[in-house]
Structure formats: structure tokens, C-alpha cells
Design a protein around this ligand. Structure first.
Ligand SMILES: Nc1ncnc2c1ncn2[C@@H]1O[C@H](COP(=O)(O)OP(=O)(O)O)[C@@H](O)[C@H]1O
Ligand SMILES: CC(C)(COP(=O)(O)O)[C@@H](O)C(=O)NCCC(=O)O
Length: 783
């Protein structure tokens, strides 16, 4: 059998098409992931239909009459990009051309290119017919979909192309897509400098790595305004029906144009002042007292001799200004100063973007910033794609692994979501720009929607995460009750909501920000942090373990051990209470953010698997590093012997074995421990030396090795020569203190039982004393 060490284990069946769909009121956005790391085996197993579909999607840029692929959002192509040179100065072009877009992105551990396709939602029937003609119906696929159309067209998809729509919330998807795009594309976010001056107006990159809080104004058919406080904490605060749909509808009616592109083209050539009545038309100049400039549109009215162009421009300006005004009010109300505008209304629409940029800046007196994004209207579809349909399988695996304690090191389940604990807590998740391999790995396993309310941004730059939720299991900070209602207050740096009862321990590692106290734990911020520096709060975190543990010995090898204190952990957390505050004898170390740290975790659980085969290995006098019934020769890389007898296991053992086996296998598949473990055939081979495992230490009990001192009752280890004294029962010279013990009979194992036998010369027995008591007795009583 060939070694698997060189190959990347396929995570999910790549041979099925990976689509994310956002079916909106006007446009259907389709994001397609084209795999670039397809192996020969995968290529061979791929059916002809799929190959054709891939070729059709990636080789064309127009589909039917109304479908288009936005190639400029996938890769920069000189000349093809409308932003390239036509509208902007050199600086803007240079900035744009320098940035990578969506080629060679990693999703679920697979490398590929994202393709961005759109067509009018009204063409859904034709789209389905096309998909059917390409053989989609034979594939029986599941596609993640969002937007109103995911509900509206669900039945049509099933009927026409045998496709199941896995539906996701459109704003959840929007946010996930935005985080992903920003993490992938360094120049995703930008703003307009000098928006009113056509000659020097430039597009400048905006570093969006620490974005919270911000406002999203999604201008699609209608407009939705979301206030976003953290990657998963947001609310829809407002909206208006006067959006892109209104503009297009009005413009078509007023000018007789037919398409959005035509409407924008007309608007670019028109002058809205020919239509609009300005403040200066009424006041003769500015209305200074209330700061209304003369060229502000006072009202909209149709005058004589206006061109189609003027009408288009006036419609565009009207709709845009109205949205800008709502956005500004929302931002003021929420005390947010960054407003991100997105949605396809902004597609090929620099007039609207510049107007918004100017309006936000002017009316906020420079305190608010309008931000824009390259992939304007595709975030919902991207977010959907990230929630690829096989997630269901992964989710059940993760749930199973949590149940058996396998991944408790780095995952915890919070309601319907999972949050990542160590070592993931020190890992940069999107939208942080400092991505690394581990981030991708963890993101491969856990789709973004499963992340709990974690702080991804500020925590990312240090191990001292400010978000208590992630470290809850380690009880470092802010241990929040799972079912607790969260308050409105937010943690300043990360903007994650905080609980009213957080931080019973007044400790925190987070930055104080501009507050005088840390808003999460109320610990005073340092002077440095008050100045906005990055000093951590002064108090150290106590190394306590909050995990509940079982009292007494473990039931089986599958009992979970608390990793902090070496006590056995309860299967059911609610039943057995751990001593909260029990000091960990194991110093908590900063977990290095390396691939090895993942591998070590997996190795730890592999040891459980190993445990099951221990007896088999011993019987076969075989100590090599494999865990299943096949012997492996690392030199020839082949299996030498098959079928080691596996007698002596109970049914539950083999059931457990299978579960742990599955989980370790899954972890390997997702690339968690490929450097150290290799799967060959039906077993795992440890390639590197396993790290020392934390072994749960049991308290010594009286037995062949230990005895209980008849005097002090402490347990002592038997020396090679046992120190015993003969209790002469009345004939001795032992003081009353020691005589008290003579009424007890200590057996060979140190068990002390009261004796009912009468005193007699023959009633003598061996009594064990610890060396300390023995020597004390000997010296004091001349024994
Ligand atoms: N090719 C196009 N066809 C129709 N509308 C377009 C087009 N390009 C941009 N738009 C604008 O984008 C709006 C739709 O934006 P989008 O973000 O896709 O919202 P929705 O999800 O409601 O479809 C339209 O109302 C229109 O103003
Ligand atoms: C209903 C919608 C969320 C649908 O999203 P869309 O397809 O427009 O992107 C959106 O059109 C909207 O928020 N409309 C505004 C409704 C209002 O607040 O008046």
C-alpha cells in the first residue's frame, strides 16, 4: 500500500461542484469554487458531466443572454477591468492591480479559484433549464443558498435539477463572505479620497483588519442597515425600500432605458441640477445658519427641457443621497464611525460611491468614513459557499468527538455553535490579515457559521486573548454561563458582547483601550493602555481549572481526564462537581501556534486508541507504533502481517475504539496531524516521537506497595525491608498514645480494622509504622 505521507488527504468530495448562491430580489449571484489541486485519482473518478460543467463555467464569461461572469473579481486582467484605467488615476490603478483577488484561495483545505457569476433572478427558469441541459439533474447535489430566492425557488430547484437547497440566512452569509473576502484579498476594502474632485479623486486601500464596530449598508433591491460589533454579533437596525430596485425601476420608466448599465451610463452623462431645485435656487446662496450649502438639492422637481441623462442622474443622486442620509443617522445613533457600503447597486457605479463618500464626510464633519468593497454584491454567495453542504457530516463528527471528549481541548459547544479554544484561541481567524496554515486548518474543520461569539480581531495578535469565551474551558477570563443572556455592553477592543456576570475573577489580559477600566472584567487599565497602548491589564490570570471532575478513579480508559488538573473528568458535567479553583499542578504554558500543537492534541487522543490495543500488542510482544491489527514496516512502507488477534475486548470497547478511530482519522483528513501521524491502510503510524502524555495520577491506595501507618495514618511506601514492630499488647512499654493503636489490627495491606479478639499473648500481629513514626517511637520509647 502506498504511503500517504506525501499526499494531502481529500477533505470533501471535490468532484462535486462547490456552489454558493445568493438569490436576491434583482440578481442571482453564483460563486463557483474551481479546484486547482485536484489529484489524479479524483480526476479519474470525476464523471464526464462534471468535467463539462466545470469547463463550461470557467471557460465562458457569458451564459445565455443574461448570465455573466465577473472575471475582474477573480483575477486582475489589464484592460478588462473597468476600474483599470478608465475612471481612476494611476495611484488607484496601481493599488488595484497590485492586489490579489480570488485565485489560489483555500476553502476546506482545498486550493482553487473562485468564479463570480450573476444573472437576473427573473431568469431563474432559464437558468434551471440550462443547468438541466448540462446534466446537473443527474448529479443529485446539494447547494448552499441564501437570499429570498432560496425559499422562493426551492421547489423549482428540486424538481428541475434534482438539487437540494441548503438554506442560510442572508445576513449571516453576508458577514461570513465579507470576512472571508477581506482575509483573502488585502485590498478588498477601500475608500475614496477627494471624492468631489474628479481630477485627483483616488481610491485608497483601507486596512480592515480591526473593523469592529462598523455599519453595513447593503444596497441591493432594497437597503438593509446592519450594525456589526463582532464577527457574529450584529443586528439589523434599519432599512429602506428606496434602493437599487427603485433606482433601476424609476430610471427605466423615466428614460426608457432597459438595463442597469445603460442607466448608469446615462447618469454619467447627465446633470441633476437641471432637474433638481437647489438650496441656492431658493436662497440665492447657502442657508448658512443651518449649514445648508447652496448646491445642496433642496427638492426634486421636473423642469422643462431636461434630457434623459439629466433624469437618470437626478434619480441616481436622489436615491443615493437618501441612502447616505439614512446611513449617517444610523451611524450616529449607534455611535459608529465606519460605514461599509456594499450591494450590486454600487456595481460600475462610481457616481454613487463618490456621492456617498462625500455625503458621509460632509455631514459628519469628517468624523465618519464611507468604505467600499471590491466584491460588492457577492458576499452573501461567498458566505454560502463557505457553508458547503458536507458541513452536515463534519458537524456530526465534531459533535461526536466532543461527546467523547476528543476535541475538548480546542472546541466547546455553545448552543448551536462551536467555539474554538486552545490552541485555536491564539490563532488568527478571518478577518485578521495575519493568516497562517493553522487558521486554514481550523477553518477547514469548522465552517465560519459554527464559530461562537469569538473575538477574532484583537485577540489575534497575542496569546493573551481578550475574549473570555474562547478560553472559558481554561477559566482564564470571563467565564460565561452558556445559557446566560448577554447584555448590551460590549468589550471595547473586540466589541464582543459581555455578560453581566462575567469575570468573577477580576483579571483580564486584554488591552484597556481608551477606557479607564477594562470593559470586560472591570480591572483597571494601565496608564499605557489608557493612552491607547497595548498593555495588558495588570493582574495575572490564576491557573485554575473550572472543569468538573469525577471523584474517584476512572471508569474505563475512555473516561476523560481534565487536562489541567490530573483528575478524572465526569462524562456528565452536571453530575460531578470539580473543585473550582483547584490549582493546576501543571503550569499552563502558552500553546505554540504551530502545526505540531494540533498534532499533539490528536496524538493525545490517539493514545486512547492505543490503549485499546495495548493488550493485543503485549500479547504479540510488539511495541511498534501502530494501533490496529496490522503490522507495518516503516522501511518498506508495507503491511507485513495482518489480523492480530483482538480477543479480550468488550463490545463497548470496540464501539469506543471505532469512535476515537473515526475522529482521529477525520483529524488526519483535515490535515491536523499529517506531519506526525500517517494513516496506512487501517491503522495509524506515528511518524515522530509522541510527546509525553499527561497521565492522570491516582492517589495511592493501601495495597502491596503502600501501607497505612498505624500511628499517623498516612500512606507510606513499603521499603525493601518493611519496618514493622511487634505489638506486644499489654506486655509492651508503649505509651498510651501508641497503645491506642494496639486495639487495631493492621493487615498486610495496611488496612486497619478493629479487632474483637481478646488480649492474649498469642494475639499479636504485624503493625506497620511509617519511618518517621517508627524512629520517633524508637527514640522516645526505647522500643
Ligand atoms: N446587471 C444588473 N441587473 C440588474 N440590476 C443590477 C445590475 N447590476 C447592478 N444592479 C443593481 O443592483 C441591484 C441589486 O443588487 P443586489 O445586491 O444584487 O441585490 P438583490 O440581492 O436584491 O438582488 C439592482 O436593484 C440594481 O440597482
Ligand atoms: C427584504 C430585503 C432584506 C431583501 O434583500 P435584497 O434582496 O434587497 O438584497 C431588503 O430588500 C430590505 O431590507 N428591504 C428594505 C425593507 C425596509 O426596511 O423597508
Amino acid at each position: 500500500m502506498a504511503s500517504t505521507s506525501q499526499q494531502t488527504a481529500p477533505v470533501i468530495d471535490i468532484t462535486m461542484p462547490w456552489f454558493g448562491m445568493d438569490i436576491g430580489g434583482s440578481l442571482c449571484k453564483l460563486v463557483y469554487f474551481e479546484p486547482k489541486d485536484i489529484t489524479k485519482d479524483e480526476a479519474d473518478s470525476e464523471v464526464e458531466t462534471l468535467r463539462n460543467i466545470r469547463r463550461y463555467l470557467t471557460k465562458n464569461s457569458a451564459y445565455g443572454k443574461t448570465g455573466h461572469r465577473d472575471t475582474h473579481l477573480q483575477v486582475h486582467e489589464m484592460g478588462q477591468n473597468w476600474r483599470g484605467t478608465a475612471h481612476f488615476g494611476d495611484a488607484a490603478t496601481a493599488c488595484f492591480m497590485a492586489s490579489p483577488l480570488m485565485e489560489d484561495v483555500y476553502i476546506r483545505g482545498r486550493k482553487g479559484t473562485l468564479h463570480f457569476i450573476r444573472f437576473p433572478s427573473s431568469e431563474m427558469v432559464n437558468f434551471l433549464a440550462l443547468a438541466k441541459s448540462k446534466g446537473m439533474a443527474n448529479l443529485v447535489t446539494t447547494v448552499c443558498a441564501t437570499g429570498g430566492g432560496a425559499y422562493k425557488f426551492e421547489e423549482d430547484f428540486r424538481r428541475e435539477v434534482n438539487m437540494k437547497l441548503e438554506k442560510f440566512d442572508e445576513f449571516d452569509s453576508l458577514l461570513k463572505g465579507l470576512q472571508f473576502a477581506d482575509a483573502q484579498n488585502p485590498s478588498e476594502c477601500y475608500y475614496w479620497a477627494s471624492p468631489t474632485d474628479d481630477t485627483c479623486c483616488t481610491k485608497i486601500n483601507y486596512d480592515f483588519s480591526n473593523p469592529y464596530p462598523f455599519l453595513i449598508v447593503n444596497i441591493g433591491s432594497g437597503v438593509s442597515v446592519l450594525a456589526v460589533y463582532s464577527p457574529t454579533n450584529y443586528k439589523r437596525i434599519s432599512g429602506t425600500s428606496l434602493g437599487g430596485g427603485t433606482f433601476l425601476g424609476l430610471c427605466c420608466l423615466l428614460t426608457g432605458c432597459n438595463t442597469f448599465e445603460e442607466a448608469i451610463q446615462l447618469a454619467a452623462e447627465g446633470d441633476n441640477t437641471n432637474v433638481d431645485k437647489l438650496v441656492r435656487d431658493i436662497y440665492g446662496g447657502d442657508y448658512e445658519r443651518f449649514g445648508l450649502p447652496g448646491d445642496l438639492v433642496a427638492s426634486r422637481e421636473r423642469r422643462s427641457k431636461v434630457s434623459r441623462q439629466d433624469l437618470a442622474r437626478a434619480t441616481l443622486v436622489t436615491i443615493t443621497n437618501n441612502i447616505g442620509s439614512i446611513a449617517r443617522m444610523c451611524a450616529t445613533q449607534e455611535k459608529i464611525d465606519r460605514v461599509v457600503f456594499m450591494g450590486n447597486f454600487l456595481r460600475v457605479n462610481p457616481i454613487a460611491m463618490k456621492l456617498l463618500a462625500y455625503a458621509m464626510d460632509y455631514w459628519s464633519k469628517g468624523t465618519m468614513k464611507a468604505l467600499f468593497l471590491e466584491h460588492e454584491g457577492y458576499f452573501g454567495a461567498i458566505g454560502c459557499l463557505l457553508q458547503f453542504h458536507n458541513d452536515g457530516d463534519i458537524k456530526s463528527q465534531v459533535l461526536a468527538s466532543l461527546k467523547y471528549g476528543v476535541k475538548m481541548h480546542f472546541i466547546q459547544k455553545k448552543k448551536e455553535k462551536f467555539s474554538l479554544i486552545l490552541p485555536a484561541s491564539s490563532i488568527h481567524l478571518a478577518p485578521c490579515k495575519f493568516k497562517n496554515e493553522e487558521t486554514e486548518r481550523i477553518q477547514c474543520i469548522f465552517p465560519p457559521t459554527w464559530y461562537s461569539n469569538v473575538c477574532n480581531d484583537v485577540c489575534a495578535h497575542s496569546d493573551q486573548s481578550c475574549c473570555g469565551k474562547r478560553k472559558r474551558q481554561f477559566n482564564n477570563v470571563c467565564c460565561q454561563d452558556e445559557n446566560e443572556e448577554e447584555s448590551e455592553d460590549t468589550c471595547d477592543p473586540c466589541q464582543s458582547q459581555r455578560s453581566k456576570s462575567v469575570c468573577k475573577q477580576p483579571v483580564c489580559s486584554q488591552k484597556g483601550g481608551s477606557q479607564s477600566t477594562c470593559s470586560k472584567c472591570y480591572a483597571p487599565a494601565t496608564k499605557k493602555s489608557r493612552r491607547g497602548g497595548a498593555a495588558p491589564c495588570p493582574k495575572p490570570r490564576p491557573p485554575v481549572c473550572s472543569r468538573k471532575r469525577r471523584k474517584g478513579p476512572p471508569k474505563s480508559v475512555y473516561d476523560d481526564y481534565c487536562q489541567l488538573c490530573p483528575q478524572t473528568d465526569a462524562e456528565d458535567d452536571d453530575e460531578d462537581q470539580c473543585d473550582i479553583g483547584y490549582k493546576s499542578p501543571i503550569p499552563r504554558k502558552k500553546t505554540p501556534n504551530t502545526a505540531e500543537s494540533y498534532a499533539n492534541i490528536v496524538l493525545h487522543y490517539l493514545s486512547k486508541l492505543k490503549g485499546l490495543f495495548k493488550s493485543a500488542r503485549e500479547r504479540n510482544n510488539d511495541s511498534s507504533s501502530y494501533f490496529d491489527g496490522e503490522k507495518y514496516d516503516p522501511i518498506s512502507k508495507s503491511i507485513l502481517k495482518k489480523g492480530i488477534r483482538r480477543s479480550g475486548y468488550s463490545d463497548s470497547d470496540s464501539e469506543n475504539k471505532q469512535k476515537v478511530y473515526d475522529i482521529v482519522n477525520a483529524a488526519l483528513q483535515y490535515g491536523c496531524a499529517n506531519d506526525i501521524i500517517e494513516k496506512v491502510g487501517n491503522y495509524f503510524l506515528v511518524k515522530a516521537k509522541s510527546p509525553p502524555q499527561k497521565v492522570a495520577t491516582r492517589r495511592p491506595t493501601p495495597g502491596p506497595d503502600y501501607f497505612r501507618c498505624a500511628s499517623c495514618k498516612n500512606l507510606s511506601k513499603f521499603a525493601t525491608r518493611r519496618k514493622s514492630v511487634v505489638d506486644l499488647r499489654g506486655k509492651d512499654k508503649i505509651s498510651s498514645k501508641f497503645r491506642r493503636h494496639s486495639t487495631y489490627y493492621d493487615d498486610d495491606y495496611g488496612r486497619t480494622t478493629p479487632t474483637r479478639r481478646k488480649r492474649s499473648a498469642s494475639n499479636t500481629s504485624v503493625v506497620n509504622y511509617c519511618p518517621k513514626c517508627y524512629s520517633r517511637m524508637k527514640s522516645n520509647r526505647r522500643l
